[in-house]
Design a protein around this ligand. Structure first.
Ligand SMILES: [Fe+2]
Length: 183
C-alpha cells in the first residue's frame, strides 16, 4: 500500500501525517517540491518480466520523463532477499547533485525525505513515480527481505554519486519493516 508518514526531525514518535490517500500524498509532497504520480502499464507484466519487457510496457511514460527531466539514462534496479543490494549505505542519510527520479515497477520501498525540519517517509509501491529535487537529504529502505524493482533515471552513464552526511538521523526513525507491519 502506498503510504506517507510525516514526523518532526526531532520527534520520530510523533506522527503528524499518516495517509494512504493519493491526493493527500500528492499535495503534501508538492509542499516540499517532490512530484508524485501514478503510472499504469500498457499491459500486465509477468512477475519475472525482464528489463526490456518492463521498458517496453512503460515506454511512453519513460520517454516523457526522460525528455522533461533531462535524465536520458534509464536502467532497472532489483532488490530481492537473495540479492538485497549494497546494504547498509542506503539506510544512511545522503543527497545527490541531480534530481532523484524513480518509478516502482514491483514490490515496495520507502524513501525518507528529510526536509524543512520533518521526515517524510514515502512508502512507494508498484505504479508510483517519485521525482525528488537535487540535494534533498534522504535515505532508502526496502526492508530485511526486499522485494523491489524500479526504473531509475540518470543524467549520464556515471549514475549519480551519493554524498553521505556525517550526522545521519536515519537510525532514529521507523524502518521499512516497522512501517509495513499492519497496526
Ligand atoms: Fe539516494
Amino acid at each position: 500500500m502506498t503510504l506517507l508518514q510525516i514526523m518532526p526531525e526531532d520527534a520520530p514518535q510523533t506522527i503528524t501525517v499518516h495517509s494512504d490517500d493519493l491526493d493527500v500524498i500528492r499535495k503534501e509532497l508538492l509542499r516540499i517540491g517532490v512530484r508524485f504520480a501514478r503510472w499504469h502499464a500498457a499491459r500486465r507484466l509477468p512477475a519475472d518480466a525482464d528489463d526490456s519487457t518492463i521498458m517496453n510496457a512503460y515506454r511512453s511514460h519513460i520517454d516523457h520523463v526522460s525528455a522533461e527531466s533531462n535524465h536520458r539514462v534509464v536502467d532497472i534496479a532489483r532488490m530481492t532477499p537473495a540479492s538485497p543490494g549494497p546494504g547498509q549505505p542506503r539506510h544512511k542519510e545522503h543527497f545527490h547533485d541531480e534530481d532523484l527520479v524513480r518509478f516502482v515497477v514491483a514490490g515496495a520501498g520507502c524513501f525518507y525525505l528529510h526536509v524543512a525540519g520533518q521526515v517524510h517517509a514515502m512508502l512507494c509501491t508498484a505504479g508510483d513515480l517519485l521525482s525528488i529535487p537535487s540535494r534533498t537529504k534522504h535515505w532508502f529502505d526496502a526492508g530485511t527481505r526486499p522485494n523491489y524493482t524500479a526504473v531509475r533515471f540518470f543524467q549520464d552513464d556515471n549514475g549519480c554519486a551519493a554524498r553521505f552526511l556525517p550526522d545521519s538521523i536515519a537510525a532514529r526513525f521507523p524502518a521499512f519493516d516497522e512501517l509495513t507491519v499492519a497496526p
